[in-house]
Design a protein around this ligand. Sequence first.
Ligand SMILES: O=C(O)CCC(=O)C(=O)O
Ligand SMILES: [Fe+2]
Length: 314
Amino acid sequence: MNAAASAHWLPGDRLPDVRLRAADGDSHTLHAEFAGRPLWLATPVDAASASQLPSPPDGVIAICVGATAPEGAASGWSAYAADPRWCAGLGTGLFWQADANLRLQASQVLPLEVVPTVAADIAPFRGQETIAIAPVLQIPGVFEPELCLALIRHLEVDCAGGDVSAVLVMQDGEQRLQVDPNIKQRREVIPRDAQLDARMHERLMRRALPEIARVFNFEVRRRDPFKLLAYPENAGYFRAHRDNETPDVAHRRFALSVNLNQAEYTGGEFRYPEFGPHLFSPPTGAALVFSCSLLHEVRPVERGTRYAMTTFLA
Ligand SMILES: O=C(O)CCC(=O)C(=O)O
Ligand SMILES: [Fe+2]
């Protein structure tokens, strides 16, 4: 096993693309042919280790990469050889679970000590018709839970809760910052901890930017400063607005927002009234990315405090 080799793939990372060779000699690429369903991927070192792999549940694609695989098609596993350069980078003796978007969910060393289960978020798709949906992108697991907690602490403790959020208004031909409860009510602060800033930046570079490039075909070159937000119980909201309407923010292309404690409040969902009634409340650590030209609102928080981190990309 080589833990060092696999250490650079963390839960939340999208698996690298790779060319796989089937027993009949045909070649297949991971991203092109194995996305769209949850994936189990194993790299057992020998036949004994391969024979201990559990059968995958229905709807899960299971591929065994390397010299050996569990016997026969009935096992639910398909055997492939991979480009050896990739195998070296991956490491052998490993078991990976990835979601339908090929994002790593969990990894274990073989033989397995914990029986793998299919978590709700990597369960096979159940078809559901919808008439309209806002063109937003959700990226799970951009920040780890521990980073989310550190950010909340930074806002509440190190930054003494932040400042009441103001809006820019034009008055007598001049721009002025002014608190306006007709528009929004929340606290906010630009983080003052360079290490937290660097950790957020690294996670965005690693997990959000490649997805934005893939989904929106857009290469991010600029980022506004990070902002930590608190929407208090019965007092926090941001009414419908667009994020690029005044000259000072016209450069913004995409808004990115990460929920930091989604299970601890109710209300506070995003809504895109131009695109129907759906409410968006991504889980803790997930990023919501959308065009700054879309009308959007953050619904009033009813219970608890909603914490989030937001920035704008261009
Ligand atoms: O609360 C958030 O996550 C972001 C709210 C928002 O729309 C904004 O700050 O422009
Ligand atoms: Fe906004």
